[in-house]
Design a protein around this ligand. Structure first.
Ligand code: DQA
Length: 257
C-alpha cells in the first residue's frame, strides 16, 4: 500500500491527486510570465520542463531560472524534468550529459528530480544516490509515446522503479484504444497496492484523457494539467480549472447551490 509522502505544503498520496502544471518556457523572459500565470492557477506542484529551456546546458542559467520560479512560487513543490527525445522530450542528450545535468540539479533549490528509468541501472542508481544525499526526492519515469506496453511489462516497470528506491513511480503510455487506457489505469491501481511509493500514471492521447481525471480509480497520486492547450506538455492534458471541477464531481465534493 503506497505511503503518504509529505513534500513542502502537500502530502502526496493523501486525499485528491495533486495537480501539476508544467512550465515549458524557452527563456527567462518567458519563464517570468509563465511562472506568474502558473502561480495564479495555484497548482499543487509545478514541473519545470528543462528540455524546453534553450540554455539548459549553462549551469548559471539553470540557477537563475530556478530563482525566477522560486521568487514567484516559494512554497510549491518543484519537479525538475529533462525529458529526453527518446521519451518524447525536445532534445536528444548523451547519457553522460544527462547524468551530469541531473546531478547538477541536486544542488539547486528543487524538491523532486525526474529520472528516466530506461537510461539503465548504473545511471539511475548513481543519480538516486546523489539526490538522496542532497535531500531531494526522485520520480522514476517511463514514457511510451507510441503504444501501451502489456500489463506484465507495466508491472515490471513499476517494480524496477521501486527496486531502484525511487520515491515516486511514474508511467505515461500512449493510448490508441480503450483497452490501452484500461490497462494503464489497472496497472497503476495494482502498483499502488503493492508498492510503498506513490504511483503516478497517465494514458496519453485524447482517449486517455479519462485517466487524467479518474485518479480515484487509477490511484495516481499526481495528475498533469495545463493552463491552456498551447502550454500542454503532453497530448490529452486538460485545463487546470476544468480538471479541478471534474475532480470535485468524481470525489463527491460538488454540491448544487
Ligand atoms: O511525465 C510527465 C507526464 C506528461 O508526459 C503527461 O502525459 O502529462 C507530461 C510531462 O510534462 C511530465 O514530465
Amino acid at each position: 500500500m503506497s505511503k503518504e509522502l509529505p513534500i513542502k505544503n502537500i502530502i502526496l498520496g493523501k486525499g485528491s491527486a495533486k495537480v501539476a502544471l508544467p512550465l515549458t518556457s524557452v527563456d527567462d523572459a518567458a519563464l517570468v510570465t509563465d511562472a506568474n500565470n502558473t502561480a495564479q492557477a495555484s497548482p499543487d506542484i509545478v514541473e519545470w520542463r528543462i528540455d524546453f529551456f534553450k540554455k539548459w546546458q549553462e549551469e548559471q542559467a539553470l540557477s537563475s531560472a530556478v530563482q525566477i520560479i522560486r521568487q514567484v512560487m516559494p512554497e510549491t513543490p518543484l519537479i525538475a524534468t529533462f525529458r529526453t527525445k527518446d521519451e518524447g522530450g525536445q532534445f536528444a542528450i548523451i547519457p553522460d550529459d544527462y547524468e551530469q545535468l541531473l546531478i547538477h540539479l541536486t544542488t539547486l533549490d528543487i524538491d523532486i528530480i525526474d529520472v528516466e528509468i530506461g537510461k539503465g541501472p548504473a545511471l539511475v542508481n548513481k543519480v538516486i544516490k546523489k539526490a538522496h544525499q542532497a535531500g531531494k526526492l526522485i520520480i522514476a519515469s517511463s514514457h511510451d509515446f507510441d503504444k501501451t506496453p502489456t500489463a506484465k511489462q507495466l508491472a515490471e516497470r513499476f517494480d524496477e522503479m521501486a527496486e531502484a528506491e525511487a520515491d515516486i513511480l511514474k508511467i505515461a503510455t500512449m493510448a490508441n484504444n480503450s483497452e490501452d487506457v484500461l490497462r494503464t489505469m489497472s496497472a497503476s491501481e495494482q502498483a499502488a497496492k503493492h508498492h510503498n511509493q506513490p504511483v503516478v500514471s497517465m494514458a496519453m492521447g485524447q482517449i486517455g484523457t479519462i485517466s487524467r481525471l479518474a485518479t480515484t480509480v487509477s490511484k495516481s497520486a499526481i495528475t498533469f494539467a495545463c493552463l491552456s492547450q498551447k502550454e500542454a506538455s503532453a497530448p490529452g492534458q486538460v485545463r487546470i480549472n476544468e480538471l479541478r471541477q471534474i475532480q470535485n464531481i468524481l470525489e463527491g465534493k460538488s454540491h448544487e447551490s
